[in-house]
Design a binder for this molecule. Structure first.
Ligand code: SF4
Ligand code: MG
Length: 320
């Protein structure tokens, strides 16, 4: 499989309001790639920079530095018409459909708007949108409803369809089920999987939920305070997590599978992540890591490939 997306040394820093000297390093020197047709899961606690990274990749916000490649083309500084063309290819679904859908537009208006924006004219919009609504399990009866007349799950189906209307090849799914009831979550995840299987879309699936990430992802990248600390196939990450933070995330979730109880018991560490404005020196995880050494407090470890396709950013795995 070839890379659809390649991210190289991307940083996104924000100036902290009210302070001349402080910056928030939301994304700090991140590199990875996403293959065509795969789902890369991006997991980490809230505030670790996942959403910012997702928005930077599809150029909703500008990176501070670094490069983003889409089909080997550097899209980091696309503007105007070129950026508009890229927008057709790369879409995003946000966590909360209540705020991402315009309450004053009917579903038909919501869904025709992006088409008109891209100069696509429909001879029979009602028929066209009805057909497409079927893809997310909705139908003609929803055309003239307003978002408040739909359930949360139905609203998120509309938001997903809006992202898919222009037949993108890449979609960022930013916690698409986190605001929904558990029973509805599974339906939405299955719709997303079905659509991917049919249309070969590439997903970046962002979540703080390890169970959801495992269900959805072919490969997983673990993020901690602006850094990617581990990348591996979904299987390998769950069976052989290397980074202490990944082990911590896995030990914090109940997975009804005896294969993983061993991991669950192995690492019980706690504490809240430090503020991304006052980052710890050296390895950013050293304030919470039970394996922290002197070196960890001073020098940040490199992200190295320890097995083919398995990357980790931790001094425990650097042979000296
Ligand atoms: Fe823990 Fe050190 Fe590895 Fe950081 S580099 S995760 S502090 S052992
Ligand atoms: Mg987020």
């Amino acid at each position: 499989m070839t890379d659809l997306i390649k991210v190289e040394n991307v940083k996104k820093y924000f100036r902290v309001r009210g302070s001349l000297f402080k910056t928030l390093k939301a994304v700090d020197d991140v590199s990875f790639s996403i293959k065509e047709g795969e789902t890369l899961g991006l997991v980490g606690e809230s505030g670790c920079g996942k959403s910012t990274l997702g928005r930077v990749i599809i150029r909703l916000i500008e990176p501070t530095s670094g490069h983003i490649f889409f089909r080997s083309k550097d899209i980091t500084s696309l503007k105007g018409e070129e950026l508009k063309r890229f927008r057709k290819e790369a879409q995003i679904v946000f966590q909360d459909p209540n705020t991402s859908l315009n309450p004053r537009l009917t579903i038909l208006e919501t869904l025709t708007e992006p088409l008109y924006e891209h100069g696509i004219h429909l001879s029979d919009p009602e028929e066209f949108i009805t057909q497409r609504l079927n893809e997310v399990g909705l139908g003609r009866e929803h055309l003239y409803r307003y978002p408040h007349e739909l359930s949360g799950g139905q609203r998120q189906r509309v938001a997903i369809l809006r992202a898919l209307l222009l037949d993108p090849s890449f979609v960022v799914l930013d916690e698409p089920t986190s605001s929904l009831d558990v029973s509805v979550q599974a339906q939405i995840l299955n719709i997303l999987k079905g659509i991917q299987a049919e249309k070969k879309i590439t997903y970046l699936f962002i979540s703080h939920d390890m169970g959801v990430i495992k269900y959805m992802s072919h490969r997983i990248a673990v993020m901690y305070l602006g850094n990617i600390v581990e990348v591996a196939s979904s299987e390998e990450l769950f069976e052989q997590p290397l980074h202490p933070y990944t082990k911590y995330l896995l030990s914090a979730i109940p997975i009804p599978d005896p294969k993983y109880t061993r991991l669950r018991k192995r690492l019980e560490i706690g504490g809240e992540p430090p503020s991304p404005i006052d980052l710890p020196s050296g390895c950013r995880f050293h304030t919470r890591c039970p394996f922290s050494m002197e070196k960890c407090k001073k020098v940040s470890p490199p992200l190295i490939e320890v097995e083919p396709g398995h990357y980790v950013k931790c001094w425990l795995y650097v042979k000296s």
